[in-house]
Write a protein that binds this ligand. Structure first.
Ligand code: SRM
Ligand code: SF4
Length: 568
């Protein structure tokens, strides 16, 4: 290591080579597109397509069978759209719905927990078509993956419409401001002419960021975007219902690597308060500081929280102040009192109605039981407002008039999108995608959670807790996409049928849970949880969440400062 903590004198990771040699994200993607010998992308292009919003995958359920038949895996692409703040119009919805139905292997749409959607199973000959369709719809998939600033989150609160509109406009501006400036996407996917002269990336740099970077705008008191999963958070400060500035936090993030204590899930730390007009300058200064100081030799320690841990919050803050030419004010008081989505109908201050639908694990498909995907399309055909994807994999039908309310509710009920029998426990649970599409999955998550919740529902009912909930989340590997590291009960996949059990996060998502038991089965987990749930039912204080209760009664020690005590 160099004496200067800002840079590290060790060989760069191979991703740094490929980014710097990519000609601003072009690589030889165009050649691979016309290569009919493989369904995939070769060499560096395998990584470079991520910056364009795609991941190469194959169906892991079919892998062994295809190997047996001496066939290449059925390679296909997952594509993630860019949708700052999660807002999408009914016309756009109808476009993506019909593409998923006609042109993907699975025929589903998957709402993600970062307010956008993914197509799974796009074969190579269809890739250009989807980019061109998105473009016609006014959408794109630029920078939804790779070492860049990802889809920017914004509280999907449609109730306080003016404040939400202002916060949403900032989420969009931040997203645009931090986008890659390369013309590669337009050239490769939209057949646009090469721009004459030299190009550069003034903010992200020609080698892009050391690692992925996530930004969120949130309106207290609802932590409905799970702020601590993000590198950069703008907490709205308002006066008389109008946005006046932001408290800025940095360095949240949830992944870890089993057996590597130099990695840990962490909470974001405060930089200070800024006025609205400094927002873009501060966003840029945080990103460029992380760009220049982040670890480029070890990707496991490359995210902002590790930079902060190595360099310190105060020097980082000073650097941001210098680069943005501002001085942070003291953080203004704020509180978060809730997380998750507010389901059902709510009326906004503009007298419009908004219906939040629970979509289990964000998967929209038609099955023998329900027609969730076509139900959404039927609603899109008549809806005059917009849709808002939430950071909890759900959807809000926003801006419904009094006249249309009954019809929309009828369509939602007919298709199974609205079901009064879903328990609050289920509505507050979350799983990542995991099998069969995720190449990194170690254990089931999305396909397993519904059955597990049914078992836990029985335990909750046994102790008369059917109207109550515990924030339970399952993630198929320690990368942590299902945000189990901000749950009261977090299950992290170890191997098929086996999970690590983490306990003691809180309801509002401001405490990291701690490892309770390693490498156990779901039946063992239920056996461990039942007496804890029974005690919670009997001895909890008024409104005391499960996570807070088991810390108070000594079942688990709280994680106070994850950087230093997560492994204690
Ligand atoms: Fe994630 C990688 C799915 C939110 C941390 N994530 C992946 C990949 C792309 C697997 C891969 O690299 O090949 C998964 C694709 C599965 C599939 O088949 O669709 C995947 N992540 C998801 C989604 C779809 C989960 C979901 O069920 O909603 C979420 C998409 C969000 C989006 O629209 O952009 C998703 N991922 C998250 C979150 C939660 C969040 O951001 O709020 C996290 C933890 C927060 C964080 O970043 O610290 C997360 N995903 C990761 C990581 C670990 C990154 C790290 O810091 O080490 C990886 C692996 C990697 O990047 O190397 C990963
Ligand atoms: Fe895949 Fe792991 Fe993310 Fe789940 S947590 S989607 S298994 S990378």
């Amino acid at each position: 290591m160099s004496n200067n903590k800002h840079t590290i004198d060790l060989p760069l990771s191979d991703n740094e080579r490929l980014k710097s040699q990519s000609h601003l994200l072009r690589g030889t993607i165009v050649d691979d597109l016309s290569n009919g010998l493989t369904g995939g992308f070769t060499g560096d292009n395998f990584q470079l397509i991520r910056f364009h919003g795609m991941y190469q995958q194959d169906d892991r359920d079919l892998r062994a069978e295809r190997v047996g038949q001496k066939l290449e895996p059925l390679i296909n692409m997952m594509l993630r759209c860019r949708l700052p703040g999660g807002i999408i119009t009914p016309a756009q919805w109808l476009g993506i719905d019909s593409f998923a139905k006609q042109n993907t292997l699975y025929g589903t749409l998957r709402l993600t927990n970062r307010q956008t959607f993914q197509f799974h199973g796009i074969l190579k000959p269809k890739i250009k078509q989807i980019h061109q369709l998105l473009n016609q719809l006014g959408l794109d998939s630029i920078a939804t993956a790779g070492d860049v600033n990802r889809n920017v989150l914004c509280t999907p609160n449609p109730v306080e419409s003016i404040l939400h509109q202002e916060a949403y406009e900032w989420a969009k501006k931040i997203s645009e401001h931090l986008l890659p400036k390369t013309h590669a996407y337009a050239e490769i996917w939209l057949d646009k002419e090469k721009i004459a002269g030299s190009e550069s990336e003034p903010i992200l740099g020609n080698s892009y960021l050391p690692r992925k970077f996530k930004t969120a705008v949130v309106i207290p008191p609802h932590n409905d975007i799970d702020l601590h999963a993000n590198d950069l958070i703008f907490i709205a400060v308002s006066q008389h219902g109008r946005l006046i500035g932001f408290n800025v936090l940095i360095g949240g993030g949830l992944s870890m690597t089993f057996g590597d204590k130099s990695t840990w899930p962490g909470l974001a730390l405060p930089l200070g308060y800024i006025c609205l007009h400094d927002t873009l300058a501060v966003a840029q200064a945080v990103v460029t500081t992380q760009r220049d100081w982040g670890n480029r030799n070890n990707r496991k320690n490359a995210k902002t929280r590790y930079t902060l841990n190595r360099i310190g919050l105060t020097p980082f803050r000073r650097e941001v102040e210098t680069r943005a030419k501002i001085t942070f004010e003291k953080v203004k008081p704020y509180t978060f009192t809730a997380r998750g989505d507010r389901f059902g109908w709510v009326k906004g201050i503009d007298n419009q109605w908004h219906l939040t639908l629970f979509i289990e694990n964000g998967r929209l498909r038609d099955s023998s039981e329900h027609s969730l995907k076509s139900g959404m399309a039927e609603i899109a055909k008549i809806h005059q407002g917009d849709f808002r994807l939430t950071a909890n994999q759900n959807i809000i039908i926003a801006g419904v008039s009094n006249e249309q309310k009954n019809l929309i509710e009828k369509l939602a009920r007919q298709s199974g999108l609205l079901d009064d029998n879903v328990t609050t426990l289920r509505k507050n649970a979350m799983a990542c995608v995991s099998f069969p599409t995720c190449p990194l999955a170690m254990a089931e998550a999305e396909r397993f959670l519904p059955k597990f919740i049914s078992q836990l529902d029985k335990i909750m009912a046994k102790y008369h807790l059917q109207k109550d909930y515990i924030v339970l989340r399952i993630t198929g590997c320690p990368n942590g996409c299902g945000r189990a590291m901000l749950a009261e009960i977090g299950m992290v996949g170890r191997a098929i049928g086996r999970y690590n059990l983490y306990l003691g996060g809180n309801r509002i998502g401001t405490r990291i849970p701690r490892l309770f038991k390693e490498n156990i089965t779901d039946s063992e987990i239920l056996l461990l949880l039942e007496p804890m749930i029974r005690d919670w039912a009997m001895y909890r204080n008024k409104n005391e969440g499960f996570g807070d209760f088991i810390i108070r009664n000594g079942t688990i020690k709280p994680v106070i400062d994850p950087a230093s005590d997560f492994y204690d």
